[in-house]
Design a protein around this ligand. Sequence first.
Ligand SMILES: C[S@@+](CC[C@H](N)C(=O)[O-])C[C@H]1O[C@@H](n2cnc3c(N)ncnc32)[C@H](O)[C@@H]1O
Length: 210
Amino acid sequence: MPRKTEGERRRSDPYYKAAKKQGYRSRSAYKIKQMAKNNKILQGVDVVLELCSAPGGWTQVLRELDNTLRIVAIDLDAMQSVQGVHFIQGSILDDDVIKKAEDLTGGAFDLVLSDCSPKVSGQWELDVVRQLELAERTFKIGQRVLGPNGKALAKVFQGKGFQDFIKNIKEMFNTVKLIKPPASRKSSAEIYLLATGPRKEQAIEENKDI
Ligand SMILES: C[S@@+](CC[C@H](N)C(=O)[O-])C[C@H]1O[C@@H](n2cnc3c(N)ncnc32)[C@H](O)[C@@H]1O
């Protein structure tokens, strides 16, 4: 049987169809919805830093689930506004961009989220390296801006370097959990890593440059 084209695959995908119908900007919206429900991501959270937020499906869900959340969102691409969300256009790898986000809340967040994917190069191994760099940056930012019970959740591609990456995050946070939400395609190498309780001593040493 011939393989489905990307367009055919999308059109037969229930989450893609549901997102269109319910007005979500991405099918990915269902991943955060499921993780919020099953993993209680938003419990005890007032202030969120959302990295790599465009086109804004996750942001829409955050706002829908809690109308009182303070949300700062960042992406390289422009993003259509979501009510009450402060959006910064820029790279999460740029220290000035992160400082701008910190200035908006006095530097304190309860949750750092990141659904980052690099612009695809077509070379899988290179894409994995770049994606791990964005995920690592997420946890380093988390170590810096989160309080003692703070949480960081990031998408990670399971490719070369994945096991070492997990080991590294386990040294940076008290607890680490891997989550594959039902809306994440079984065939996709992505998985989400939820880390809780940053270890601050190390953060000071490692994040001197951000
Ligand atoms: C899969 S999309 C995020 C989808 C989003 N969670 C949603 O539900 O709409 C990945 C995003 O990562 C962003 N991105 C990639 N590298 C980035 C960087 N260095 N800084 C900021 N955003 C970046 C891309 O621009 C893209 O919008």
